[in-house]
Design a protein around this ligand. Structure first.
Ligand code: HEM
Length: 410
């Protein structure tokens, strides 16, 4: 399908295979011609493409973050009942609060996350990288053998769970992520997500209680036992944030690494910037986040009816802010479709903006820089194996590969 057809038929959809392969020309066309686009996704939603609209709507108080019911929203009422028990668990996630209630929770999470500075993270990340890459020679699936387990191993460690459980935690997290990434969920998807939510919550509760008894502080025990300006989470709320951190962190991290290796493959002249020095490496990470970031949209929901630029947005309608499109907005980035690893400044929106901006920025930046440098120094001739087709994730919410075969060159 061509871009013109996509516009004419209004087939902007998260599962459109053409868009999954390369969404950027369609984003540009929509940003120019239909920047506040009405879509049939989620039973009627709004899709926003320009940088200025997105930064304005990220500050819009009539849009709420309370999207805990989104996965079951499209089901008939009698079926919603079967899944009603997941809503109270998801409702505890800091990401779904607004205003003051969000602020106090987020302040506390920031205070705990600040304890995990770069100095604390580096040895944890290095250990995971070495464990994975020490075994590498010949052909590997970059995603399954590196980009997927790496963040799972790191977050598992930070949450104080058992190191060996990272595979199970990543599976639960993926089943939960699917509930928020796909716009055409089946009842079976929901049942899988429901099981994952309950099993994950039970697991974290047991581990956290044990850690508290052993006086072994973890991110979750700190959320429950320490306070910030008088606020702390009760135990099951603290565990819910642990689940959120795993869910929010895993999928985008793995796609970012895959997308970066793919981009480097087609821009070999810029590879030296990964190993040149820390500054060039960190600018490169920002550009990978901008150029082909893993989180393509930030979701909100209208809390009440309101009019935006002549469009009537109704209460309950999802509003999808396409940061993947904003990051290619020519009004904010020179040569936006060019990968320039030296780009600076680089005010991309890949972590959002404002009160809800990504809490994992330090972890993402540190981990991505270390992972790319490790690949480049250990395997200077690393390349994508062209005979094996890469496999893209099947929805446009999270952009990246679920499989990308590479050869170490050794
Ligand atoms: C490449 C990796 C990542 C990207 C691109 C990314 C992107 C984002 C974006 C765009 C938001 C803002 C959502 C909004 O405004 O509603 C967000 C929020 C969040 N992210 Fe990340 N993220 C990444 C990795 C991580 C990691 C590693 C963690 C933690 C371990 C994390 C934890 C969170 C949390 C908890 C929130 C919710 C914050 C709130 O609502 O106050 N993210 N992320």
């Amino acid at each position: 399908m061509t871009t013109d057809n996509a516009l004419a038929t209004g087939l902007f959809s998260l599962s459109n295979p053409q868009l999954i392969l390369d969404p950027y020309p369609t984003y540009t066309a929509l940003r120019r011609n239909d920047p506040v686009h009405q879509s049939s996704m989620y039973g009627g939603s709004w899709v926003i493409f320009s940088y200025d609209d997105i930064t304005a709507l990220l500050r819009e108080p009539r849009l709420t973050n309370n999207r805990a019911t989104l996965p079951i929203k499209a089901l008939p009422a009698e079926q919603q009942q079967e899944f009603a028990d997941i809503v109270p668990v998801l409702t505890r996630w800091v990401a779904f609060f607004d205003g003051h209630d969000h602020h106090v929770r987020r302040q506390h999470m920031n205070a705990v996350c600040d304890l995990y500075s770069r100095d604390v993270l580096v040895p944890v990340i290095q250990n995971a990288i070495d464990t994975l890459l020490d075994r590498w020679t010949g052909r590997h699936d970059l995603v399954q053998d590196f980009a997927r387990p790496l963040p799972a191993m790191v977050i598992t460690k930070l949450l104080g769970a058992s190191d060996n459980d990272h595979v199970q935690l990543a599976e639960w997290s993926d089943d939960i992520a699917y509930l928020f990434g796909a716009s055409n969920l089946t009842v079976e998807d929901l049942r899988r997500g429901q099981r994952a939510i309950h099993d994950f919550a039970e697991y974290l509760l047991e581990h956290t209680v044990n850690a508290m008894r052993a006086h072994h502080p973890t991110m979750i025990t700190r959320l429950a036992e320490e306070d910030t300006d008088g606020f702390r989470f009760v135990l099951n709320e603290a565990c819910a944030q642990g689940m959120l951190l795993m869910f929010a962190g895993l999928e985008p991290m793995r796609y970012l690494l895959g997308n970066a290796v793919w981009s480097l493959e087609s821009h070999p002249e810029q590879r030296h910037l990964i190993t040149e020095n820390d500054r060039t490496l960190h600018r490169a990470v920002e550009e990978f986040l901008r150029y082909d970031g893993p989180v393509q949209y930030i979701g909100r929901m209208a809390a009440e009816d309101f009019t935006y630029k002549g469009h009537r947005i109704e209460a309950g309608q999802p509003v999808l802010l396409y940061v993947g499109a904003a990051n290619r907005d020519e009004h904010h980035f020179r040569d936006p479709d060019t990968l320039d690893l030296t780009r600076h400044p680089n005010p991309h929106l890949s972590f959002g903006r404002g009160a809800h901006n990504c809490i994992g920025g330090t972890l993402v930046r540190t981990q991505t820089a270390m992972a790319l440098r490790a690949l480049a120094t250990r395997f200077p001739a690393l390349h994508v194996v062209r005979e094996v087709s890469p496999v893209y994730n099947t929805n446009l919410g999270f952009r990246g590969f679920s499989s990308l075969t590479v050869h170490t060159g050794l």
